[in-house]
Design a protein around this ligand. Structure first.
Ligand SMILES: Cc1cc2nc3c(=O)[nH]c(=O)nc-3n(C[C@H](O)[C@H](O)[C@H](O)COP(=O)(O)OP(=O)(O)OC[C@H]3O[C@@H](n4cnc5c(N)ncnc54)[C@H](O)[C@@H]3O)c2cc1C
Length: 431
């Protein structure tokens, strides 16, 4: 994956530059001065050294699915990781992936092996580097927590243009800084990701609830019992309905009667079988048309807030559109040992991810919803929540201090150590 003298091309903007001047859902637009698409880590390192010596800010763009302009720059250079997309299986326990590899490509490489990463993002287009710099949750998070806990080793190009291998035992502070570090300390050029055993097939159930109390106690119970391998709930407040998507990976077909025994759902809306074990639980690409705007936020909430999250009194229908004009969802997450200090979350052994994503055709309306989501943020943080930083966060100095608490100082120190010339300047972040 090396080339000694090739230079990344900075001369042209890509053909699809109009589309790529936006981040997810066309919420923020910035036009870069140039875009480079390096093919290997050495090219990445040279580009970073050049940006550092020329004093040009560099934005890292993976799948471009974040918001607040984190993958964009106005007039600086974009380092597009699309060319860093190689994936290599290393026996049963590890897969080695370049930082720009989309999660869908990792699943394709593992097809037929009965091995999967413990947690896979639920959209195929986001990249390994993109989710590891955020945290990485998915439909198996009630069992396995977040992706950053399952990384064995990384190769990172720091802000000084050095290529550094890091892990829990080697250059551990860099390893800690970049996992959940929002691309502010270095570029993940390669990741060694642990694998787990996966079932050969998947059985999925879509369970409809109208009794919210019953849903809450069922969720508690099925997470406790580990009855399903995949869980995600969509709440449709305006219809007073919750749709629980639950799935089991199997080799020997499970008995429906046993799997669903004692649960208080109203009806089974759908069920199905597939051998596409991980892809089947992903959102389809066509679900998000580039023509639409998607104001979106995601929070990690204390487990005890579940009843309030289900009622969600903040979702006034005048501002937040009704489903299918919006998607509000809940993922249960087991905390376990998550050893990445800048990944901020509430205390306790379990938490919930709560998200609101709207689908709107008019830009003005989308920005109104984004503003409302910032007000809702205050309510949810007041309930003990922490923002997942991928969405349109819009924090100022005070909110960052509140978000990171005493870890803010650690982030500032790491920035001085790993990116002293401030080459990586994602918009709106505190480091
Ligand atoms: C529809 C939708 C579904 C989503 N589903 C999930 C989900 O299931 N699980 C989940 O965890 N998140 C999910 N997200 C959030 C998304 O995964 C994060 O925003 C993630 O950071 C985006 O990855 P990306 O490759 O698109 O990165 P980008 O948006 O391109 O970049 C995001 C951030 O990561 C940094 N970055 C990107 N690549 C690298 C790299 N190689 N090295 C260092 N830093 C890098 C950038 O600097 C930037 O700050 C979803 C988002 C959307 C819009």
């Amino acid at each position: 994956m090396n080339s000694e003298d090739s230079q990344p091309d900075l001369s042209r903007l890509p053909e699809d530059r109009e589309r790529r001047s936006y981040d997810f859902g066309r919420m923020t637009r910035r036009m870069p001065g140039a875009v480079a698409t390096p093919n290997d880590a050495e090219q990445v390192a040279r580009l970073v050294r050049r940006a550092a010596s020329d004093g040009v800010p560099l934005a890292i763009r993976g799948g471009g699915h974040s918001q607040s302009g984190k993958s964009l720059t106005q007039g600086g250079w974009v380092l597009d990781t699309r060319g860093l997309n190689q994936v290599q299986l290393l026996g049963d326990e590890l897969v080695r992936a370049q930082g720009g590899a989309p999660w869908g490509q990792i699943l394709d490489a593992l097809r037929g092996t009965r091995r999967l990463p413990p947690v896979v993002a639920d959209i195929a287009e986001v990249t390994v580097g993109g989710t590891l710099s955020a945290g990485g949750l998915g439909t198996t998070s009630h069992r396995h927590g977040v992706q950053i806990a399952h990384v064995e080793k990384l190769e990172v190009v720091t802000g000084t243009g050095e290529r550094v291998r890091c892990s829990r035992s080697e250059n551990a502070s860099l390893f800690d800084a970049v996992r959940g570090g929002q691309g502010q300390f270095g570029i993940i050029t390669e990741a060694w990701l642990r694998l787990r055993r996966a079932g050969g097939r998947l059985r999925q159930y879509l369970l409809r609830y109208s009794d919210f109390e019953r849903f809450a106690s069922d969720l508690e119970r099925i997470v406790e019992e580990g009855r399903f391998d995949h869980l995600r709930a969509e709440t449709r407040m305006h219809q007073r309905t919750i749709l629980l998507s639950a799935a089991i990976e199997y080799d020997d077909p499970p008995d429906d009667g046993q799997v669903l025994e004692g649960l208080g759902y109203e009806k089974i809306d759908a069920s199905g079988e597939t051998d596409e074990v991980a892809r089947a639980v992903m959102f389809p690409k066509w679900g998000f048309s580039w023509r639409n705007h998607h104001p979106w936020r995601d929070w990690f909430m204390p487990w005890e807030t579940l009843p309030t999250l289900l009622e969600q009194p903040w979702l006034d229908p005048q501002t937040i559109p009704r489903a299918p004009g919006s998607w509000t969802g809940v993922y249960p997450i087991r905390m376990g040992p998550i050893d990445a200090p800048l990944f901020m979350r509430p205390g306790g052994e379990r938490m919930l991810s709560y998200s609101v994503l709207a689908v709107l055709s008019r830009r003005e309306r989308a920005h109104k919803v984004a503003e409302r989501l910032r007000e809702i943020d205050r309510t949810l943080v007041g309930l003990g929540g922490k923002s997942y930083l991928s969405g349109d966060v819009g924090y100022g100095r005070r909110e960052w201090a509140e978000h990171y608490g005493e870890k803010l100082e650690l982030g500032i120190q790491w920035k001085k150590e790993f990116d002293p010339k401030r080459v990586f300047q994602a918009e709106g972040l505190p480091f």
